[in-house]
Ligand binder design. Structure first.
Ligand code: NDP
Length: 475
């Protein structure tokens, strides 16, 4: 026998087709609570979309560690032979929830590992660097990517105005405008932890680390024209590709690698290893194989498991930690705070966010608190009632920091151009031509004084870069 529809209080419904009216044609009755409940629930079906990375797709899978890196970290999730369930959410950055997938934009690559030692989240991108290095500029930067408050249109002028006044952006701008700026699908991108993090071993020694996830499917990209043709027919091309590949058993995989720097190497490095606009050159800091990541399970319910998925770099486990990277420091606060606002104070109790280990906090109350704990007198700490206590064995080694507190000019003496030049010189002539024409198209409608200011930055990377862009612009 089929189940009977009920209200949320479990009261069975006799009719789900006809509302309760006075006479056949008459007005509706307030007592038709079932009608009111349906309409009221519909009004509440959406939660605020993410301010950034609003449009996304995701899937579950596993991280398998195949190599021994215990000399660098004691984290159980990174020990040879370990398999850990993972959720990955891919996204574009600027577009709203209904935006098309095949757009020129950075792709988010957010990972939640449900480890035996609590959740470890790595909130990466498909690029190893970012547009800015100081989070003080993050709201300003994002304003340039979103809609103009007057016209409600996105503004090329705002983007290039900000970039041309922020030379540290040129590395990421070059990647964004390159052939890799529009990935063919989420399966065909690399994931980078981007920030520098730390690894801590059993002897409590700290190493600095960069995390890399290299696509086994290979990098595949779209030209502007190819992307336009796709968007005209399908705004969900990346969601469709990921969902159908997994449904058909064609599971995407990534090779997991790290780069390591000792604390001594970091002090001696010719660049700031905690600067998010810089990579660590492979020659000096070679890639170390660690394992493999596979996605093999579509979510059962998109809203519950992907829209409500809440990633935060504040989620770390023993053996993995933060670094002085100013952008990382700010993200450690702002991601969790975004979820408290967007999903709710108790977002980490939702099944998709809940760790597989026991959670013991002294947080109390708050909206939608669904945890009914055993009655206890230990609802503050310290207490005399056997409540959970701290454990000093989880302390990290002290981090030596020097210098006076000040607002240091992060642009003073910072070389924004050498690494961008290295990338430009890696590109073949076809890639360079694409870079020039993508930039020219993206500069449509931008006032000449802003274009010229940006060309002066390209010139500092390489005269050939500036010349190529000028030619594509017809200057
Ligand atoms: P390598 O020659 O060892 O590495 C170059 C890297 O650039 C490869 O990882 C390659 O990825 C990647 N790459 C190639 N074309 C593009 C593109 N259009 N957009 C983004 N990445 C691309 O040199 P270095 O390590 O000395 O780095 C040189 C430059 O390469 C850097 O300044 C940086 O711009 C870029 N890069 C460096 C990375 C790093 O971690 N060192 C990571 C990614 C980019 P693939 O192997 O998949 O083709």
């Amino acid at each position: 026998m089929k189940k009977v529809i009920t209200t949320t209080a479990g009261n069975k419904l006799s009719d789900n087709q006809n509302s309760l009216s006075t006479g056949k044609r008459g007005p509706l009755l307030m007592q038709d609570y079932q009608l009111l409940e349906k309409l009221a629930h519909q009004n509440r079906e959406r939660i605020p979309e993410r301010v950034v990375h609003a449009k996304g797709s995701g899937a579950f899978g596993a991280l398998n560690i195949t190599e021994d890196i215990s000399r660098y970290t004691k984290a159980s999730v990174l020990q040879k032979g370990e398999t850990t369930r993972v959720l990955i959410r891919f996204s574009t950055v600027a577009g709203e929830r209904g935006a098309a997938d095949a757009e020129r934009d950075v792709r988010g690559f957010a990972m939640k590992f449900y480890t035996k030692e609590g959740n470890w989240d790595l909130v990466g991108n498909n690029t190893p660097v970012f547009f800015i290095r100081d989070a003080y500029k993050f709201p300003d930067f994002i304003h340039t990517q979103k809609r103009h408050p007057h016209s409600n249109l996105r503004s090329n002028t705002a983007m290039w105005d900000f970039w041309s006044l922020s030379p540290e952006s040129i590395h990421q701008v070059t990647i964004l405008m390159s052939d890799r700026g529009i990935p063919k699908s989420y399966r065909h991108i690399n994931g980078y932890g981007s920030h520098t993090y730390s690894l801590i071993n059993a002897k409590n020694e700290r190493f600095w680390v960069k995390f890399h996830f290299k696509t086994v499917q290979g990098i595949r990209t779209l030209t502007n024209r190819e992307a336009e043709a796709i968007v005209a027919k399908d705004r969900e091309s990346n969601q469709r590709d990921l969902f159908e590949s997994i449904k058909n058993g064609d599971y995407p995989k990534w090779k997991f690698q790290i780069q390591i720097m000792t604390e001594e190497q970091a002090s001696a490095a010719p660049f700031n290893p905690f600067d998010l606009t810089k990579v660590w050159p492979h020659k000096e800091y070679p890639m170390i194989d660690v394992g493999e990541l596979i996605l093999n399970e579509n979510p059962k319910n998109y809203f519950n498991e992907i829209e409500q998925a809440s990633f935060s770099p504040s989620n770390i486990v023993p053996g993995i930690s933060f670094s002085p990277d100013k952008m990382l420091q700010a993200r450690v606060f702002s991601y969790a705070d975004a979820h408290r606002y967007r999903v709710g104070t108790h977002y980490e109790t939702l099944p998709v966010n809940r760790p597989i280990v026991e959670v013991n906090t002294y947080h109390l109350d708050g909206a939608m608190n669904s945890e009914t704990k055993e009655p206890s007198d230990a609802y503050y700490e310290p207490n005399s009632f056997d409540g959970p206590v701290e454990d000093k064995s989880f302390a990290e080694p002290p981090l030596a920091i020097e210098g006076a507190a000040d607002r240091y000019d992060h642009r003073d003496g910072n070389d924004d151009f050498s690494q961008t030049r290295a990338l430009f010189e890696l590109m073949g002539s076809y890639q360079k031509e694409q870079l020039f024409s993508n930039i020219a198209e993206a500069m449509d409608g931008v006032p000449p004084h802003i274009v010229n200011r940006q060309i002066a930055l390209f010139e500092k990377v390489s005269p050939a870069y500036a010349e190529g862009v000028k030619k594509a612009l017809g200057i």
